[in-house]
Design a protein. Structure first.
Length: 186
């Protein structure tokens, strides 16, 4: 017995790029499988013949059934596209927000205040260096102003002490290692 074809594929699918037609044909095939499964359950697992499939083929080939398949296919495609667009939109918004936050961080970085502990350490180091430089300048100034008139002894102690003492000509020298510097006037 020859097979009876209903050419439903050509009725649903216009060309290879017809996505709605392909989805509609898949819906038709799903209905056909459901029809065959139900037929087998009702007829003790007997495979349907061509005559058994005629009612299904007749009903599924009507224009209203073809329109129904295409309508459902367009709804499925529309739902898929809507979900895809919403997901893409969320991804773009999330990416934009992350890029925006990174960009704002780069803009704010130069004007962001330094943490308090860094300010404290920086200030302390400045104070210590400033005091040391001030002491050197003061010693240098005192040395320059009084060097020509008097004799001085420089003493550096083991505890980091440093002394500049004027040598008194009437006082005997001490048991310390010291250097006497004399400036001769011209």
């Amino acid at each position: 017995m020859s097979r009876n074809y209903n050419y439903i594929y050509s009725k649903l699918v216009e060309d290879r790029a017809d996505i709605i037609g392909h989805i509609a044909y898949a819906l038709y095939k799903e209905d056909k499988i459901e029809y065959i499964t139900r037929f087998k359950q009702e007829n003790e697992e007997k495979e349907p013949t061509e005559d058994d499939l005629k009612p299904f083929n007749t009903i599924s080939s009507t224009q209203s059934s073809l329109d129904k398949y295409k309508f459902i296919a367009s709804c499925i495609l529309q739902s898929f596209l809507t979900n895809s667009l919403e997901e893409s939109k969320r991804d773009v918004e999330e990416n934009m927000n992350q890029n925006h936050l990174a960009l704002m961080g780069e803009v704010i970085k130069p004007i962001k205040p330094v943490p308090t502990w860094k300010c404290y350490i920086h200030g302390t180091i400045q104070s210590v260096l400033g005091a040391f430089v001030f002491m050197l300048l003061l010693c240098g100034l005192m040395f320059i102003l009084n060097f020509s008139d008097n004799q001085y002894t420089f003493t550096f102690g083991g505890k980091g002490d440093a002394k500049i003492e004027k040598i008194d000509d009437n006082k005997p020298p001490q048991d310390t290692l010291s250097t006497n510097i004399k400036v001769l006037k011209p």
